[in-house]
Design a protein around this ligand. Sequence first.
Ligand SMILES: [Zn+2]
Length: 131
Amino acid sequence: MSRPCPCTSKRTFDACCEPYVTGKKLPATPEQLMRSRFTAYALRKPDYLIETTAEEKRGELDRAELARYCAAVSCISLKVIRTENGGPEDETGIVLFHASLQINGKRMLHREKSTFRKESGRWFYVDGETN
Ligand SMILES: [Zn+2]
């Protein structure tokens, strides 16, 4: 079934984030991981958000809190502004993005510069700077 991907890539869900959020495939780039995490917020998949977070940061996450946040937020659109590194030879990568969200009926633009790290061939979200 080809519905549009929640990450607003204009691709279909099955050709974009679906293989990642269902665990069929690992994202090959930080941008793919970032997009699939946005999709996981949109589809309320807190476990995906936890398992794609760097191990040392996972302890800061509260699954119930994440689930509540996913339920409260509407993920309207995502725009990837810029990426740095994150290629096949890189161990780290940066993704700068703008996410248009609605929380409790209020629209907001979330701007973040996220850092990703590769471990044993798999990308993880480390943290993000917002402003
Ligand atoms: Zn997508």
